[in-house]
Design a protein around this ligand. Structure first.
Ligand code: SF4
Length: 139
């Protein structure tokens, strides 16, 4: 992965909770590689640029259409809610460490039911577990 990765707003929390589920084998392998870098040594220093278009996680997604998405209505709604919660604007740059601090400050355990409404992975509870783990690590 290059020094800077691009994330659309809702992918910060997706990366936090990722446990190997994805839309296709290629999607999952790509996301696993990105998440491994973030969780590995020095991962907190990795710079992430915010975009409201297809990002590095979207790249091999079967739903991607150019820089857009076949499920754009649902994805835009997720991005809007997550951007508001994390105070993210298009083109912002922040480290993964800063992103986690922002999640701790603004997204309490239990918040994903509302924040991630409509996402097919929500009911699995993996993302909520990742969020709780982030809060517990600081405690
Ligand atoms: S529930 Fe969906 S949108 Fe929310 S963090 Fe998990 S994968 Fe991302």
């Amino acid at each position: 992965m290059s020094a800077r990765v691009t994330f659309r707003p809702h992918h910060f929390l997706c990366a936090l909770g990722f446990q190997g589920k994805g839309y296709s084998d290629r999607f999952t392998a790509n996301m696993a590689g990105i998440v491994a870098q973030l969780r590995g040594p020095g991962g907190d220093a990795i710079e992430i640029e915010v975009t409201f278009q297809a990002d590095h996680i979207c790249a091999p997604c079967p739903h991607r259409r150019g820089m857009g998405c076949a499920k754009s209505e649902q994805i835009s709604a997720l991005d809007t809610r997550h951007a508001a919660a994390l105070e993210l604007r298009d083109g912002d740059c922040l480290s993964w460490g800063e992103a986690q601090a922002r999640i701790r400050a603004h997204v309490p355990p239990g918040a994903l039911n509302e924040l991630c409404a409509g996402c097919q992975w929500l009911a699995l509870g993996l993302c909520e577990a990742g969020l709780r783990d982030l809060h517990d690590r600081r405690a």
